[in-house]
Write a new protein. Structure first.
Length: 562
């Protein structure tokens, strides 16, 4: 099934000036997004279990300065990089799509890779962002596996490599919808042959293609240039079924499937140029990540190995021009339900892709707009109305906007066109919350009490306490029923709409608490709300406060002592 990569390389690479690179052995690695809040925290895990893995592969913006500013674990990575080497896996890099990466962005990428001494840069072959604005959840769009898709990816890859002083490793993309007549391994072999770039084989992504195409897991590997693979990825995911079709959803927080462990064991001896095996364990608790890494150690033993000599393009006389192509935006419209799934190849696969994208959009919105999202976009149709809107499309016209800002603009227009008093009240509440956290809370001195640092106090002219409670109760109830019967009964949201239309008389005092998943709102009695509002202005001596208020505030974890 795979092409004769060596023959095509000789025929098509004559315009490339080659340079020899020395690729060190990296061994077994763990991925990270370089946030101290994420699990597993790689350096803590390594301190607790020395020798558990050999390197960290991290994802971050192309710019080193931007990464330093936003990646909270970057200082530790930087300090320990001589003892714990790193690989840079940016996932902010378009290797398909309607436009080539700006030259300045690639210069930033090269400076970043050289600064951290990453011997190569790996990235999935896909369309990741529009002018720096990533698709929610970094769910890229996979190119079609045909001649047009290949030509575009060749232009992208050679353009990137032209501005890189380290090799670009091309990773096979995840697949839900079948597009193009080629097998993904044929596509990647052709892309390697046209660019000379080394290959990064992601086993979960390969499973996603095989399931979508209805093929056995090993199909296509016999003719694939495994001798050009320098890195393997293994990660968790979920297999779902829709009628006769099966789909693998790439979700690193999920357990690694057994067939992927078996595939890895069979492939390692067949990849003579292999330099690294990365466990993408994002979201796994330390004890779970430790179990997986110990299992992987049996196939990637600790210890040094000789470096590998690799010849890659160092300069390209002329990058093939990127021809104008409407397909990326057609896939965007179908993927976010702005156009019918039947408008592109593989309707069933496109619907599965839509489900995944809409679920990610809902998760992103629920961090800041849980009430408004349930009331205006609680169903698949409601979510599709948002992602198919002009406000959502404008999100990709400016990196200054966020999905939440686009949703707020869409919700305000929706409510102007179809007034809904309950949804308007919910939107007002959720628009108020960010401003509450812009106010600093004074710290209490010894003998005083003050607000907790992550707590703020607010009020509204109508009482939304029933709506806040009902939203949590309805979510819990419908989720429990879905687990039991296999169907999410979204008609149950009707009760939430009833509650939204009957707010109680105000004023209403509430407390907002900052959580990792977004602000949490809770109602408080008027007297307690008044007391907490006073603490937001100045701490108080305990003797000044009625004992009942102190006990109530402490029981809810809302106050601290100096």
């Amino acid at each position: 099934m795979a092409v004769d990569a060596g023959r095509v390389y000789v025929e098509r690479m004559t315009h490339v000036v080659s340079e020899t690179w020395t690729l060190p052995w990296r061994g077994l690695g763990l991925s990270s997004n370089l946030s101290v809040a994420d699990v597993p925290q790689p350096y803590r895990l390594l301190d607790e279990s020395p020798g558990l893995f050999d390197y960290v592969e991290y994802s971050a913006p192309l710019s080193l300065e931007e990464s330093k500013a936003h990646a909270s674990l970057f200082p530790e990575m930087w300090r320990r990089r001589q003892d714990v080497p790193v690989l840079f896996h940016p996932v902010h890099l378009n290797l398909w799509g309607p436009a080539l990466e700006p030259v300045q962005a690639l210069r930033d990428l090269d400076a970043h890779a050289r600064a951290v001494e990453s011997p190569w840069v790996g990235n999935d072959v896909g369309w990741w962002h529009v002018d720096g604005q990533p698709f929610p959840g970094y769910l890229y769009f996979t190119p079609p596996f045909n001649e047009a898709g290949l030509e575009a990816c060749v232009s992208h890859a050679l353009h990137v490599q032209q501005h890189l002083s380290v090799p670009l490793a091309l990773e096979n993309p995840a697949v839900l919808a079948r597009r193009g007549q080629w097998h993904v391994l044929d596509f990647m072999a052709k892309l390697h042959a046209r660019t000379g770039a080394p290959l990064l084989l992601d086993l979960g992504h390969l499973l996603s293609h095989q399931l979508s195409a209805g093929l056995p897991l090993q199909t296509g590997l016999d003719g694939f240039p495994l001798d050009q693979v320098i890195e393997l990825h293994i990660a968790g995911g979920v297999v779902t079924h829709r009628g006769p079709r099966s789909f693998y959803v790439d979700d690193h927080t999920q357990p690694v499937r057994e067939e992927l462990f078996d595939l890895l064991a069979s492939l390692i001896p067949r990849c003579p140029a292999l330099r690294a095996v990365t466990f993408e364990g994002d979201g796994h608790p330390p004890e779970v990540a430790r179990m997986s890494l110990r299992r992987l150690r049996q196939w990637v033993p600790a210890g040094a190995r000789p470096p590998l000599t690799w010849r890659v393009p160092a300069a390209v006389a002329a990058v093939p021009p990127l021809t104008e192509d409407s397909q990326p935006w057609a896939l965007f419209d179908a993927g976010y339900a702005a156009a019918p799934a039947a408008s592109v190849e593989d309707e069933a696969g496109t619907l599965a892709d839509q489900d995944f994208r809409l679920a990610v959009v809902a998760e992103v919105l629920d961090r800041d707009w849980p009430l408004t999202r349930l009331l205006l976009a609680g169903t698949r149709e409601g979510l599709a109305a948002f992602t198919g809107s002009k406000e959502y499309r404008k999100l990709f016209d400016s990196v200054a906007r966020t999905p939440g800002q686009s949703f707020a603009s869409w919700a305000m227009r929706r409510l102007r066109e179809s007034p809904d008093e309950g949804a308007s009240a919910a939107l007002t509440l959720e628009m108020l919350l960010p401003s509450l956290f812009t106010r600093r809370v004074p710290a209490p001195a010894p003998g005083q009490v003050g607000l907790m640092e992550d707590v703020r106090v607010g009020s509204l002219p109508v009482d939304l306490s029933e709506l806040v409670h009902s939203a949590r109760a309805v979510r819990r109830h419908l989720t429990a029923r879905a687990w039991a019967c296999g169907t999410l009964e979204l008609s149950g949201l009707d009760s939430l709409n009833q509650v939204a239309r009957r707010p109680g008389p105000g004023p209403w005092s509430f407390v907002a608490r900052r959580r990792a998943g977004g602000p949490e709102v809770m109602s408080v009695p008027p007297a307690l709300g008044e007391f907490l509002g006073m603490l937001a202005v100045r701490p108080m001596v305990e003797a000044e406060v009625a004992p009942g208020l102190l006990e109530a505030a402490r029981a809810r974890g809302l106050i601290r002592q100096g």
